[in-house]
Design a protein around this ligand. Structure first.
Ligand code: AMP
Ligand code: MG
Length: 341
């Protein structure tokens, strides 16, 4: 029997919904889609500008112009179709994303890898989870996976920074996939936008498994972000209490998956095996001031598991919470002041 599933709102956001007004501050809530996921926003504003639309446009522009591997106008698409054996000039934005990604690839000993496109295409869990051609799904053969794996590996990327110019070249058949960091990158761009909109006093924006909290609510109370219980995705395992601007990203085996005869195939791959990662964790939640880091580290730590994941986090200014297969919860020391079961 086949079962497929996509969990768009992976974190329950405990926030005000709809529109309202408190002490001359308007509260505007919207839900839309972009980057193949649900974007929900609540914006607190003293003005009349439609910042929510700008937020949405910022995310859609990033997808269209920079991050998508499917949309022909994006820089990643251009690189994937032009940098094999050739040096191409990168925008500073993509250069920084790739430099940080390569650094994490090294620190995670290859668990996080932005060159998994061939394997991701072979599994195609994202479109299966969205309900597309699910009847056709079969587990790829060992030979297919071996061939796809040969075209993966960040050692096949050459990134060169000279003065202010960064060039990239890829070995033949190697491509870039930024699925593990796109939402975090989007939240960083949204954060920059909100800082420029002085009428916005506070906001909470969620893009799939990543959430940005911003500013202070009119009553001064903290943000409450629920962490989904992987055993029962309609309920929460615990709550993070956050003051001010932070990013929270979760990677979990319940977000996008296909199930065949009781065996679950999810969307986070272990580059070493080519199969969905089968570590000791069901989900990892990362808290950081930086969206890229929270998103990238949640994927990396999911693949690495608790012990190596906690070691990796000690090299970053980020806190992490791991929900294990037996239902227990492990976290960094610093996470303890945010989390309550
Ligand atoms: P996330 O939900 O943020 O953990 O990201 C998962 C997405 O990142 C997948 O849908 C793939 O596009 C991509 N991905 C899967 N496995 C990895 C990995 N080990 N390293 C980097 N990206 C990955
Ligand atoms: Mg991620």
């Amino acid at each position: 029997m086949k079962r497929f599933f996509v969990c768009c709102l992976v974190m329950a956001l405990l926030m005000t919904t709809g529109c309202g007004k408190v002490n001359n501050i308007q509260i505007l809530s919207t839900v839309d889609t972009a980057m193949g996921t649900v974007i929900s926003q609540t914006i607190y504003t003293e003005g009349h500008y439609n910042t929510g639309l700008e937020v949405l446009q910022t995310i859609r522009d990033l997808e269209k112009d920079l991050l998508s591997r499917r949309i022909e106008s994006s820089e990643v698409y251009r690189v994937n179709h032009g940098a094999q054996g050739e040096e191409v000039l990168l925008s500073e934005e993509l250069a920084v994303i790739l430099e940080q990604s390569l650094s994490l690839w090294e620190k995670s000993e290859g668990a996080f890898d932005v060159t998994l496109g061939p394997l991701i295409e072979v599994w195609d869990i994202d479109s299966l989870a969205a309900g597309e051609h699910v009847e056709e799904f079969t587990v790829p053969t060992a030979e297919t996976l071996r061939e796809a794996k040969e075209r993966c590996g960040s050692e096949h990327i050459t990134l060169t920074r000279e003065e202010n110019e960064v060039t990239l070249s890829l070995q033949d058949n190697v491509t870039i996939d930024l699925g593990a960091v796109g939402k975090g990158v989007a939240l960083d761009a949204v954060h920059d936008l909100l800082l420029r909109r002085t009428d916005v006093t506070a906001a909470v924006i969620s893009a799939g498994g990543s959430i940005l909290t911003y500013g202070r609510k009119p009553d001064g109370s903290a943000w409450k972000v629920g962490i989904v219980d992987p055993e029962d995705t309609s309920s929460t395992k615990g709550i993070l209490t956050i003051k001010g601007s932070m990013c929270v990203s979760t990677s979990g085996d319940y977000e996008r998956f296909v199930e065949i005869d009781g065996k679950r195939y999810h969307h986070i791959l272990d580059p070493k095996t080519g199969y969905p990662a089968e570590g000791d964790v069901r989900s990892v939640t990362i808290l950081s001031e930086n969206g890229f880091e929270s998103d990238a580290l949640s994927t990396a730590c999911f693949v690495l598991g608790v012990e190596k994941g906690l070691n990796l986090l000690s090299e970053y200014d980020a806190e992490g919470l791991f929900i294990l297969r037996d239902g227990s919860v492990k976290m960094t020391e610093g996470m303890k002041k945010y989390y309550e079961p």
